[in-house]
Design a protein around this ligand. Structure first.
Ligand code: OGA
Ligand code: MN
Length: 279
């Protein structure tokens, strides 16, 4: 047993973790409990954690392998850590998304540590895509279980270009196909794996069917019924499961907001039929 205290933040997603100093090496018991908590709650919030970028990297390594970031504005304070600045990230992160579904092996998790925050605003929201799937009717679930979708960066690049920004320099232009419903490798739970920023169309449907179904799935999965809205404080650290959640950074502020970010390596999404569909 460890001294971890796990307090759920809503009825469907998110938990605050107390009783651990994440700047120090975790015991194997703590690491096990935290990985289990991430599987259960999908978003873990640690308050009042004074950590350096190197300590953040070490803590994240208890959950998986820290990956090389695709969008790197430079000035990495430690290997794998990027500095996310509000001025740069707005128009990329204030849309519902999971990170990098446009690659064959999208990240399994991501972590942010709050360094500088606006005096008000700048919350982040997540929804539980397992709960969103579970809330659908059985016939709808059965149809979605057999579908795959194209992810790409076309709309993201257009949207950020309109805002006078470019994030495309390191991102692939190809379409990647993933299952619409992915099975979590540890829990076996099914999660919707579509998001409005990157999912372009459903492969097996006609164009009009695809558009209407995706619009429905986006609206459904963005419901406050499945949501955690987190107000950051200085030294708050959050890790979330990228396979079973989508997130949205609320852009309701103008003051500086700076986070230290990293992602953890993932594997190709596996659909209900048990096969990875990435193509
Ligand atoms: C991200 C992201 C949200 C935020 O880092 O992938 O979407 O609140 N950030 O900064
Ligand atoms: Mn993101």
């Amino acid at each position: 047993m460890t001294d971890l205290r796990i307090t759920p933040l809503t009825g469907v997603i998110g938990a605050e973790i107390e009783g651990v100093e994440i700047a120090r090496p975790l015991s194997s018991g703590q690491a096990l409990e935290l990985r289990a908590a991430l599987n259960e709650y999908q978003v873990l919030v640690f308050r009042d954690q004074q950590i350096t970028p190197h300590e953040q990297h070490a803590f994240a390594s208890s959950f998986g392998e820290v990956d090389t970031p695709l969008v790197d504005p430079g000035g990495a304070p430690a290997p794998g850590i990027t500095i996310i600045q509000s001025s740069l990230a707005k128009s990329l992160t204030d849309v519902w998304h999971t990170d990098q579904p446009f690659v064959k092996e999208p990240p399994m998790a991501a972590m942010l540590h709050a360094v500088t925050l606006p005096s008000r605003g700048g919350d982040t929201c997540w929804t539980n895509m397992c709960a969103a799937y579970d809330a659908l009717s059985a016939p709808m679930q059965a149809m979605l279980d057999g579908l795959t979708a194209v992810s790409n960066t076309v709309w993201m690049k257009r949207r950020t270009a309109e805002a006078g920004k470019s994030f495309g320099y390191l991102m692939a232009d190809e379409d990647v196909i993933h299952p619409v419903v992915r099975v979590h490798p540890d829990t076996g739970r099914k999660a919707l794996y579509v998001c409005s920023l990157y999912t372009a169309r459903i492969v097996e449907l006609k164009e009009a069917e695809s558009r209407t179904l995706l619009d429905f799935l986006f609206e459904h999965s963005q419901s406050v019924d499945f949501m955690l809205r987190l107000t950051w404080k200085p030294h708050t650290t959050v890790i979330w499961d990228e396979r079973t959640t989508i997130h949205y950074a609320v852009g309701d502020y103008d003051e500086p907001r700076l986070m230290h970010r990293l992602i953890l390596k993932g594997t190709a999404p596996v659909g209900v039929n048990g096969h990875a569909k990435a193509a």
